[in-house]
Design a protein around this ligand. Structure first.
Ligand SMILES: [Ca+2]
Length: 229
């Protein structure tokens, strides 16, 4: 008798949970049908499914459509012999998102460490995000061992923080270069990305590096740069 009672209670709880999930997903479908923007629908979808799957949602901040959106080679880099970025502009050669990307021309001589850096100076508040990312493309035929790294400048004392590991770049595809900006992030040395740091970002940069070996004179494409929840 007791078993049957337990079974009936279990069944009732199951039906209620099923109904609640169904209603939430139903609401989402209704909102999508109403033509809400994808981003809003995506956020609602994230909330509705939060209990089921932890979804990481990208928010692209720079897609370089129509302009370089403030990205440039910093002046100091033109003055340093080991920085080999020559010029930067937008191009339709390749794009990760939409039609254009940022095209950074570089001349890596090989034999010594050299880097090409491009950055944007802007006050970012990334308090609610967990990851920063950029997509980098090298044309087919580029050497296999060029690497990329993200560099962030934080706070009123303009602390320069670079990733403590590089990301390999595979030629002929868009490579996602990314790093956690959570408090316990393993991707940076001696930096705690607490909420204060995340909400006081002053600059974001992408640096492509040749660590002694690769010689490469040519373009590096960057597109779809942003932050993720
Ligand atoms: Ca683009």
């Amino acid at each position: 008798m007791q078993n049957k009672k337990d079974y009936m209670i279990g069944l009732a709880i199951g039906l209620i949970i099923g109904l609640v999930i169904g209603l939430n997903l139903g609401k989402l479908d209704t909102l999508k049908e109403k033509g809400l923007p994808g981003e809003t629908a995506g956020k609602i979808e994230g909330v509705a499914k939060k209990e089921l799957v932890q979804v990481k949602t990208d928010e692209t901040l720079f897609s370089f459509e129509g302009s370089a959106e403030g990205w440039e080679i910093p002046d100091w880099a033109y003055d340093k012999a080991d920085y080999v970025g020559m010029d930067v502009f937008i191009s339709k050669d390749y794009a990760k998102d939409e039609e254009t990307s940022l095209k950074l021309m570089a001349e890596f001589p090989g034999g010594i460490w050299t880097g090409a850096i491009v950055e944007v100076m802007e006050d970012f508040n990334w308090a609610k995000y967990s990851e920063v990312f950029a997509h980098v493309y090298l044309p087919e035929g580029a050497p296999a061992d060029l690497k990329a790294r993200l560099v962030i400048t934080i706070g009123d004392d303009w602390k320069f923080v670079e990733m403590n590991h590089d990301a390999p770049l595979v030629a002929g595809k868009w490579n996602r270069v990314h790093a956690s900006i959570l408090q316990d992030s393993p991707d940076w040395d001696m930096t705690t990305f607490d909420e204060m740091a995340r909400s006081n970002v002053r600059k974001l940069a992408v640096r492509v590096e040749s660590n002694k070996e690769p010689l490469y004179n040519g373009p590096i494409y960057i597109d779809a740069v942003g932050v993720a929840y």
